[in-house]
Design a protein around this ligand. Structure first.
Ligand code: MTE
Length: 320
């Protein structure tokens, strides 16, 4: 008899969406896209992504069944109306202001200690990368969480495209900087542009993902269109939005929040329920769109995939 050992983030079978239902939905959505009739989630909502987004025909993409959840997905209208994107304001209702961001043309520059430095247009990048959908938990340091169906590609594939040289130890990610569309960037006390970083080992871990879509469609601007990082074992502030540059370096990047308040936000920022933030206890989290609170899991439930990355590290504040 084959005994399958289920990993901590995998769904009990009874809670999983049967493949035929998922495929039918994909076929229906694909048909709607082809006919130019896709309206939001197909339920009469206002379109959640730019109507002229040239990547619309790429979605929905095939779901990778290796990445499943232990909870229901957060409703799309909840996840897309409660966002942190300080470029457009320091509150959660930035979704409408974020529509001012023009996401075409858009390029991503790969530079630093790599063999293949390049500036690549987002649609050329999308054409090169194998796209898939993954269901991930998404945990903010403010002690709320969502469960999100991201579409995109493994960050490891982008690292391969760049061809890191021996000295490359870190990836430094940078967001666009344009105060004329992002009024938050007129606030000079913030160290714009938003910057984040990962080690090369973290970036090539199976979980590290570049999202270009969500809920079976291109990313809506408020989620960080046209491309954002998703590192689900870390607090959400690591998941930098609307990326324009990735620099491979031997220097540990100082991230946006770390520069503002190093006593509260560190480089590693791995989720840990037993290490409270100065302002938010981390033992449990509110599941947005529900009345439920849940116990927070170490590494946000991805311990099996990532704990080895941090073995034997001494003197590092791994959980802030
Ligand atoms: N990226 C940029 N460029 N600007 C931001 O303000 N906020 C971060 C992160 N990425 C942020 C960002 C924070 S604090 C969180 S919790 C997540 O985005 C929120 O992602 P969501 O709006 O998709 O839930």
């Amino acid at each position: 008899m084959n005994i399958l050992k289920r990993r901590s983030w995998e769904l009990p079978e009874r809670e999983a969406t049967p493949e035929h239902i998922f495929l039918n939905r994909r076929q229906i959505l694909a048909g709607l896209v082809g006919g130019g009739a896709l309206l939001g989630s197909g339920l009469g909502m206002r379109p959640a992504f730019a109507e002229d987004d040239p990547s619309a025909g790429l979605y929905p993409v095939q779901r990778n069944p290796a990445f499943q959840l232990d909870r229901d997905l957060t409703a799309e209208d909840v996840a897309s109306k409660y966002n942190n994107f300080y470029e457009f304001g320091s509150h959660k209702q930035i979704w409408s202001a974020a529509q001012d961001l023009k996401i075409r043309p858009w390029t991503v520059t790969l530079d630093g200690l790599i063999d293949n430095p390049q500036t690549i247009g987002i649609d050329d990048l999308l054409a090169k990368m194998p796209l898939e959908e993954r269901l991930y938990r998404h945990r903010c340091v403010e002690a709320w969480s969502m469960a999100v169906p991201w579409s995109g590609f493994a960050l490891a594939d982008l690292v391969r495209l760049a061809g890191p040289q021996t000295g490359a130890k870190y990836l430094r990610f940078e967001t666009f900087h344009d105060p004329s569309v992002a009024s938050g960037q007129k606030q000079s006390w913030y160290p714009w542009p938003y910057v984040e970083g990962l080690t090369l080992e973290e970036a090539t871990n199976e979980l590290a993902f570049m999202a270009t879509g969500v809920y079976g469609k291109p990313l809506a601007n408020q989620f960080g269109a046209p491309v954002r990082l998703v590192s689900p074992w870390k607090y959400g502030f690591k998941s930098i939005k609307s990326v324009v540059r990735i620099t491979f370096t031997d220097q540990r990047p100082v991230s946006f929040w770390e520069e503002i308040q190093p006593k509260e936000y560190g480089f590693w920022a791995n989720v840990n329920p037993s290490v409270p933030h100065r302002r938010w206890p981390q033992a449990s989290e509110k599941l947005l769109g529900t009345d439920e609170r849940r116990t927070t899991l170490l590494f946000n439930g991805y311990e099996e995939q990532v704990a080895h990355l941090y073995k034997g590290m001494k003197g590092e504040l791994l959980y802030m």
